[in-house]
Design a protein around this ligand. Structure first.
Ligand SMILES: Nc1ncnc2c1ncn2[C@@H]1O[C@H](COP(=O)(O)OP(=O)(O)OP(=O)(O)O)[C@@H](O)[C@H]1O
Length: 547
């Protein structure tokens, strides 16, 4: 868009909101759906007069020269993809003179559009709306029209958005504890995301924020979430990560939270089994797979479990084992985003609020039942996982170190393994039964069992499949080492190692026969028992995800 030589910036023009999906589909990417001249407030520099344009895919800010003078300097131009919008708030400020409040539209992006790398950074742009001659109500109307269009386009892009009632009017004022207070917080206002700009940003924001602000309406992402934080997850950083990195994202998006911090192992399951969940749109586990397992099993034991299990769940990856969070990122093509910043990525997936069904399995261990959403393992892999806990402080490299320990003390375990292959009719005849020694039996119902551990490369979110990997008695040390090496490399080639067997099943049973039993794990946590049966559930878990 070039600088206009037309002195009339059409500031009073309020285009009709976009109403129809078919109309949007007919538009070209560059078509301007709405445009206006606004003073735009930035966290890190002085306000600028900008022409702001909305296309079907982008929000474009271009510095506007009122004189129409064509300067040789490049005017500031920023283009944000609409999908990078995570917060949309209409805010008003009570002025001393004149007495009517001013209206602002605050847009918060988590975007890589301003950086050369792929990392998402926070950026806020605050449009001061002073377009209408009728002042307050007219300006509110302009804010509403822009909000409606942005909301509408995002809803078209994300049809799986959960529980986001469309904004029809903007009458409800909320408390003054709003987005502007959050902008004042040190360290949260830096677009560049580095310490150098933070101080300046805070000062400028404080100037801008003088006066009494109140939030008129948050749009699109507002939800009421029950957040369960495991403070000891991931080397004991769970609580700090929640306060410093996750809660600010939820605040930006207009998400309301009730936070429970666990005090002991089992607390989350106990709390969820009895909590009043009616007022919540979803439950979020801030921790690792162990915490998610507690939440899911807490839901299972409720008297209204059928209904409660339909509540969307989110997981923000602050644990040392984050197989589910990693799998969800991989299903939606966001592996790179997750790798760059797992905590921010998974918090944004919760904030985005699309919902995807994922596999869930029922586990019966010596007659006791529970749910598993990730993995059930026995033998070598589970031995490494659990025994390496003593090296927890070194992070995921503990698996590599302990692989050497276990290969040095190589073991096989005697058991009966039976399973029903996925493509079988389901009749009893199709059951495969193997009585033998095994090095390891491991099954997953997701793609990844850890942040860097791809276990089932063609797993899909709700593919009704248990991906079962068997290391039979003929697996020697060298083959086992090759299997572990390929697993840790993360390309999913471990199942191609001879004589490893990979089979997609509906259910399986391990009946241990040895006195020296291998470690048994469910979702990465150790359990004890002699006979374990794992069956896919008909109903999935519903997980928050990016799209
Ligand atoms: N406050 C607490 N104190 C001690 N243990 C807790 C607490 N809250 C939860 N736990 C337990 O911590 C275990 C690990 O939790 P989580 O999966 O969230 O973190 P993690 O760092 O990934 O751990 P792991 O690698 O063991 O899976 C779970 O079994 C959970 O029951």
């Amino acid at each position: 868009m070039s600088k206009s030589s037309d002195p009339d910036p059409k500031v009073d023009k309020v285009p009709t909101p976009i109403v129809d999906e078919s109309e949007v589909e007919k538009l070209a990417e560059e078509d301007i759906l709405r445009e206006g001249i606004f003073t735009v407030h930035y966290p890190v520099c002085k306000p600028l007069l900008c022409e702001v344009s909305l296309t079907p895919t982008e929000l474009i800010f271009e510095e506007y020269d009122e004189s129409g003078y064509e300067s040789d300097c490049d005017a500031l131009q920023e283009r944000f993809p609409l999908e990078d919008i995570y917060g949309l708030h209409v805010v008003e400020r009570q002025n001393e003179e004149p007495s009517l409040p001013s209206v602002y539209l605050c847009i918060i992006f988590y975007t890589s559009a301003l950086e050369s790398d792929d990392n998402r950074k926070r950026a806020s742009r605050i449009l001061e709306i002073s377009q209408s001659k009728e002042l307050y109500l007219g300006n509110l109307e302009v804010a509403k029209d822009w909000s409606l269009d942005l909301e509408h386009l995002l809803k078209l892009k994300y049809p799986n958005l959960h529980n986001t009632p469309t904004v029809k009017s903007l009458p409800n004022r909320q408390s003054i504890e709003d987005i502007f207070n959050s902008l004042k917080t040190n360290g949260r206002v830096s677009d560049a995301g580095n310490g150098n700009t933070t101080q300046e940003a805070s000062k400028i924001d404080l100037d801008f924020c003088s006066g009494t602000f109140s939030l008129v309406q948050s749009i699109l992402f507002r939800r009421q979430l029950l957040v369960i934080v495991n403070p000891v997850s991931g080397q004991g950083k769970g609580e700090n990560l929640y306060k410093d990195q996750i809660s600010p994202v939820f605040e930006d998006c207009g998400i309301s939270v009730n936070v429970i911090t666990t005090e002991y192992s089992g607390h989350a399951a106990k709390f969820i089994s009895a909590a009043d969940l009616k007022k919540f749109d979803g439950i979020v586990a801030v921790g690792g797979d162990g915490l998610v397992n507690e939440v899911v099993n807490g839901l299972r034991t409720r008297s209204d479990s059928q209904q409660a299990l339909h509540l969307p769940l989110g997981v923000v990856a602050t644990g040392s084992g984050n197989g589910l969070a990693r799998s969800i990122a991989s299903y939606y093509g966001e592996s790179q985003g997750y790798r760059n910043n797992p905590v921010l990525y998974s918090a944004l997936a919760v904030a985005r609020g699309c919902v995807s069904p994922v596999n869930l399995a029922e586990v019966s261990l010596d007659g006791r039942t529970s749910f598993s959403f990730l993995s059930v393992g026995w033998g070598l892999l589970s031995d490494i996982d659990i025994e390496s806990e003593v090296l927890r402080a070194v992070g995921e490299v503990r698996f590599v170190i302990w692989s050497f320990v276990r290969l040095a003390k190589f073991r096989r375990y005697n058991a009966e393994l039976s399973y029903i292959p996925n493509d079988a009719s389901g009749s009893i005849n199709s059951r495969v039964i193997i009585n033998d020694e095994f090095v390891s039996v491991y099954s997953t119902c997701q793609s990844h069992i850890g942040s860097d551990m791809l276990f089932a490369k063609d797993a899909k979110p709700f593919d009704n499949t248990l991906h079962l990997t068997i290391l039979p008695s003929s697996t020697g040390r060298f083959a086992a080492a090759n299997f572990l090496f390929k697993l840790l490399r993360g390309y999913g080639q471990h199942t191609e190692v001879d004589p490893v067997k990979y089979v997609k099943v509906k259910e399986f049973t391990i009946r241990c026969k040895d006195k020296i039993q291998g470690t048994l794990t469910v979702d990465g946590e150790q359990v004890t028992g002699e006979e374990i049966t794992v069956k896919l559930c008909d109903t999935p878990l519903y997980m928050y995800c990016m799209e």
